[in-house]
Ligand binder design. Structure first.
Ligand code: FCA
Length: 341
């Protein structure tokens, strides 16, 4: 390399060395961290449904932690198993130290763990906990997620209280609970809703499950439509599901079947995916949501992963988050104070 430069005219050699110096400076600058000089740590944050505001807020929280501790967050949407495994390889190729994941399918857990081990990456699960071949949770992988049953209970209690406030009778009211029982956190939430309704005195034989095939609005709309078609003669509907999307789809189904907003009480979970709904000029059947902080979940999991990779602090294996009711009346205030809006 030195020979051609030695034979090059002085002006060109000077120009070349300037170019080399500039590039060296650039790359040093872009990879240096707040700690000074060292390459910035890279951590992945993989989510199953990047189109859901919930997951966008988790990313926001992870980036906040990255800003504080000086690491880069590599955000990847992983809607299926193939994309998940490819994303893990690409993280390893990019020099990442580990990743937080909400997997598209909890049964991918063993494959994700095996690939991460082979690639030397640390893994933390958020929201949806890995399940092993024996059907049990893979407990050695650190997990952070909702206190699902408790949050489901809060949703059911809200339905019961609002029904009471509206003075509806059990005789012409029924509950449509959109379920996705193959996912544990979802089943625990909807079981919690149903338990709370029963505890409030709501008749068990008027609580109907509507299983959704996909966890999006079309999936819950279809599920609720099928149920509504089978249950004529109901005047008022209580509607709930594992998240805002599940409840929103079912509320849309009640509208499509001719129910007025005043005859429907829908309660979601997440509190992040119902902002547009609350902002509508007139109230819909979507009454409230049990808000859980996605920003905090993203921040805390990314922070734990950073400490694990940086100083070897192994994260707690099971961390649960709490929820609070938001409605059209208080959502702006709560979400603003949480830094979501
Ligand atoms: C699951 C749901 C998300 C969110 C999260 C905490 O992954 O699909 O909407 O509720 O749990």
């Amino acid at each position: 390399m030195s020979r051609p430069i030695m034979n090059t005219p002085r002006w060109l050699a000077l120009g070349l060395s300037l170019v080399v110096a500039t590039f060296a400076g650039c790359s040093k600058q872009s990879s240096s961290s707040a700690e000074g000089g060292k390459a910035k740590m890279k951590l992945g944050f993989l989510v199953k449904q990047p189109e859901e505001p919930w997951f966008q807020y988790e990313w926001k929280g992870a980036e906040k932690a990255g800003g504080k501790y000086g690491f880069d967050v590599i955000k990847i949407g992983v809607p299926d198993g193939e994309k998940t495994l490819a994303a893990i390889d690409s993280l390893a190729a990019n020099g990442a130290k580990g990743f937080v994941i909400c997997t598209p399918d909890v049964r991918l857990g063993p494959a994700i763990v095996a690939k991460s081990k082979a690639d030397g990456l640390k893994v933390i699960t958020v929201d949806d906990r890995f399940v092993g071949p024996d059907g049990k949770f893979i407990e050695e992988v650190p997990y952070l997620g909702m206190s699902a049953s408790k949050i489901g209970h809060a949703s059911g209690e809200t339905l019961a209280a609002e029904m009471k406030r509206r003075g509806w009778s059990y005789d012409d009211t029924a509950a449509c609970i959109v379920t996705f029982e193959e996912l544990d956190t979802a089943r625990e939430r909807t079981d919690g809703v149903i338990a709370a309704l029963k505890e409030s005195g709501f008749p068990a034989d008027r609580i109907f499950k509507a299983p959704q095939k996909t966890t999006d609005i079309p999936g819950s709309l279809d599920a609720a439509n099928a149920l509504l078609a089978q249950k004529p003669g109901i005047k008022h509907w209580l509607v709930a599901g594992m998240n805002d999307t599940a409840t929103l789809g079912a509320v849309r189904a009640t509208e499509g079947n001719g129910f007025a907003a005043a005859d429907v009480i829908g309660v979601g979970i997440n509190g992040t995916d119902c902002v547009d709904e609350f902002r509508k000029a007139s109230p819909t059947g979507f009454y409230g949501s049990i808000y859980v902080s996605a920003v905090q979940e993203g921040y805390r999991t990314a922070e734990m992963l950073f400490h694990w990779a940086h100083d070897g602090t192994v994260p707690p294996l099971d961390t649960r988050t709490e929820g609070q009711l938001i409605t059209r009346e208080n959502f702006e205030q709560v979400l603003k104070s949480e830094g979501v809006l």
